[in-house]
Design a binder for this molecule. Structure first.
Ligand SMILES: Nc1ncnc2c1ncn2[C@@H]1O[C@H](COP(=O)(O)OP(=O)(O)OP(=O)(O)O)[C@@H](O)[C@H]1O
Length: 406
């Protein structure tokens, strides 16, 4: 188990992580979600002893990483897939890592097979695509057959087939009882991969709950109701009638109403009784991505001015509380963006009604046979598809993090 207690990290006057406490348990995939710059990588580096907390502590199995006996056999991590000596062959790179940690050479060939790089094992990694680099990084993480695995944005640069493979790999590793901690800024991906979610914004905890609870808390049903555009008084009349009947009514940016707490047939009856004509009455479900954006929108460091003009800061649904954000030294004023007044224009973030994406997902159960003995010759994670070939394309991947540019 990974446990953080009051974890805080400051770089000069910049607070990257503030008073973060959470637990990551074995046997499940825990998604670590947050917008760019929210402190995910910093937290992972502190877990791995690569950065010292300014205050608080984080332990793995009760030990800080640096005091963990035989750490490379217990903990594997993919932090930065580009941190590879590009002049080395993929196999040599893994061999060096294995030798440093006293891991037998045959394990190198095993993990190359696991990640589907066996056919390019003797190619220099500087010719690798971003996706191949990710696979090599994942191979390195798996080398010591560790019980605890950390992956920082593992699907970065992967094609859809690669994303599906990573998703199944994570689930298979967790099904074997391992602790799997995966960071991402994509809610949709985590909803399909993770069992549990830890959401942070500006280095602070925003949510810590199972995916199931996150979905039931955040993807409430609602109805969209539209009255004739030419008769605004009809809209007001209906709003009053629905509110009086116990419904929660929010204006949508396109002039429709979002109604919660009343079934469709009741809305229809109420409109009829109030002598209001309807142009639209349709059932919807708020998407998980929308809930995540709402949760983190006050904690986004980098925001397009176009987003602001377009009203991408969404109102809270009735009853929902904005995340409590304590002022953090070095982070300026924490903010919750108030809903724009209905007349100010703007659009909801998603044109179509959302699909919450059940955690089981369209891809079914984990691919690996749970409980397969470690080091078994049968490859529990191997993908059926052919490995990617060495690309002719240039290798230089796009910089993805602000710190890469430093
Ligand atoms: N070594 C450093 N020195 C100064 N500031 C840093 C350093 N490392 C991170 N930061 C800052 O701390 C904050 C958190 O960064 P971090 O990389 O942990 O976020 P992240 O959630 O992993 O972001 P991303 O999703 O973009 O990778 C950012 O504002 C970042 O610029």
């Amino acid at each position: 188990m990974i446990e953080a207690v009051g974890l805080t990290k400051r770089y000069g006057d910049k607070t990257a992580v503030y008073n973060l406490s959470f637990q990551v348990r074995p046997g499940s995939v825990t998604g670590f979600l947050g917008p760019n710059g929210s402190g995910k990588s910093t937290t992972m580096r502190m877990i791995l002893g690569l950065d010292q907390p300014t205050s608080g502590r984080v332990t793995i199995g009760g030990f800080p990483y640096r005091k963990l006996p035989n750490a490379p056999r217990q903990v594997g991590a993919l932090l930065d897939a580009k941190a590879v000596h590009g002049g080395r062959h993929a196999r040599n790179h893994l061999l060096c890592l294995a030798q440093l940690s006293g891991i037998p050479a045959r394990r190198v060939d095993e993990v190359l097979g696991v990640v589907g790089l066996q056919d390019v094992a003797r190619k220099r990694s500087k010719g690798f695509s971003l996706g191949m680099g990710q696979r090599l990084g994942i191979a390195a993480a798996l080398l010591g057959d560790p019980q605890v695995l950390l992956f920082d944005e593992p699907v970065n640069g992967l094609d859809p087939e690669g994303i599906l493979w990573v998703r199944n790999l994570m689930k298979a590793l967790a099904a074997e009882g391992r602790t799997v901690f995966v960071s991402s800024h994509l809610m949709s991906e985590m909803a399909l991969t993770a069992d549990h979610l830890i959401v942070i914004g500006r280095g602070q905890l925003l949510s810590d709950m199972s995916v199931r609870d996150f979905i039931s808390t955040n993807s409430a049903d609602f109805a969209r109701v539209r009255t004739p555009d030419t008769e605004p008084q009809q809209r007001e009349k209906l709003t009053a009638s629905l509110t009086e009947a116990g419904g929660q009514v929010l204006p949508e940016q396109d002039g429709a109403l979002r109604v919660m707490g009343l079934p469709l047939h009741r809305i229809s009856d109420l409109a009829h009784s109030a002598d209001v004509r309807l142009w639209e009455l349709s059932p919807h479900q708020a998407s998980l991505e929308e809930a995540y954006m709402r949760m983190t929108q006050g904690a986004v460091d980098y925001r397009s001015t176009v987003d602001q003009r377009a009203g991408l800061q969404q109102p809270l649904p009735p009853g929902a509380q904005p995340p409590v954000q304590m002022p953090v030294p070095g982070q300026g004023q924490p903010g919750w963006y108030a809903p724009p007044p209905p007349q100010q224009g703007g659009q909801p973030p998603f044109a179509a009604p959302g699909q919450p994406g059940p955690p089981a997902g369209p891809y079914g159960a984990p691919g690996g046979p749970g409980g397969a003995p470690a080091g078994d010759h049968a490859n529990p994670y191997a993908q059926p598809a052919a490995p990617q070939q060495a690309p002719a394309a240039p290798a230089a991947p796009a910089l993805t993090k602000p710190e890469d540019a430093r």
